[in-house]
Design a protein around this ligand. Structure first.
Ligand code: NAP
Length: 288
């Protein structure tokens, strides 16, 4: 791609990675359209009639499926979207997928099969889940209960994912590449929550719970049972220890080190997002 790019569609363009991708593209002067239900024109994954207006004049797209590429049924929707995007003239699709999740791999295949030039970004657990998604409420409440045991995870900064996506969308040489993006070191959830507690100067602890306990805690907070069950299944699938490796993708693609979790925790704490007095983030009901 993309010297001749017209408009780049950024799906989930107000979300954790998408709003950073949109900022990065805007900073490079790339014409872009945010794709989300609140955007104009609105884009809704659940309503394919909204796809055609969002795809008009689009040359490339950042495809971050909502709620999650690893949820059952995601691949069929991503396939339908990718095929429609190609038919509408899109030439390059950059998909955000989850490391180590079977349905996310099917999403990858769907994008590969679409006929577009493709780039896959596979990411681990996004650090900003603690500050820009539902975990923010657990941090504020002082107990982060998850069915993740003592597994080690290379917590991945949304800034790094977005910078890799922007590179893929604006520079040559990323077509047909799988960029597996991780943070620079492995931490357990106990380690990560400990770093958050230190930076936020608050008592916050990690509590490993069973999948059943996690479903109950979600439904107790008003999350629909079906969604709670899907999210729990996903966490159990990806926190089996198989993702406990780091990659050098950020160094290779961006020529800089990946952002460390400590830096993320320090900067997020400084915004006051974890202060006891902080209200709902507006992202509070979002699962990941
Ligand atoms: N979270 C993780 O740790 C993680 C790790 C690896 C990969 N991923 C992948 O990341 C992707 C999500 O990216 P993200 O975390 O950057 O996004 P996010 O923050 O979860 O997404 C929120 C965005 O989705 C939009 N949205 C919500 N419902 C929608 C709908 N029905 N149709 C269209 N847009 C909708 C929201 O805008 P509106 O409210 O305006 O619609 C908002 O822009 C998933 O596909 C997942 O597989 C996540």
């Amino acid at each position: 791609m993309t010297a001749t790019a017209r408009t780049t569609l950024v799906l989930s363009g107000t979300g954790k990675t998408g709003h950073r991708v949109a900022s990065g593209l805007a900073a490079r002067g790339v014409p872009l359209r945010v794709g989300s239900r609140r955007a104009e024109p609105p884009f809704d994954w659940q309503d394919p009639t909204t796809w055609e207006p969002a795809l008009r004049g689009v040359d490339a797209a950042y495809v971050a499926y909502y709620p999650d590429a690893a949820f059952p049924g995601a691949a069929a929707v991503v396939a339908a979207f990718a095929n429609q995007a190609v038919a509408a003239g899109a030439q390059h699709l950059v998909l955000l997928a989850d490391r180590g999740a079977a349905e996310a791999e099917r999403c990858e295949q769907a994008v590969r099969d679409s006929g577009a030039e493709w780039t896959i970004i596979r990411a681990g657990f996004i650090s900003q889940n603690f500050s820009e998604a539902f975990l923010v409420e657990l941090v504020r409440a002082g107990v982060v209960a998850l069915p993740a045991g003592e597994v080690a995870e290379p917590f991945t900064d949304a800034e790094d994912i977005a910078d890799v996506a922007v590179a893929a969308l604006t520079e040559n040489g990323h077509e047909g590449m799988v960029h597996e993006v991780t943070g620079p070191r492995l931490l357990t959830f106990a380690d990560a929550v400990g770093e958050i507690a230190r930076e936020a100067r608050r008592k916050v602890r990690y509590l490993p719970v069973t999948p059943e306990q996690f479903v109950s805690s979600l439904t107790g907070r008003g999350v629909p049972t079906e969604y709670a069950t899907l999210l729990t299944g996903l966490l159990v699938e990806v926190f089996d220890g198989s993702r406990a490796t780091v990659t050098d993708t950020v160094e290779r693609v961006l020529g800089r080190a990946p952002r460390d979790f400590a830096q993320y925790a320090r900067e997020a704490a400084a915004t006051g997002v974890w202060d006891e007095s902080a209200g709902s983030s507006g992202a509070g009901g979002r699962a990941r």
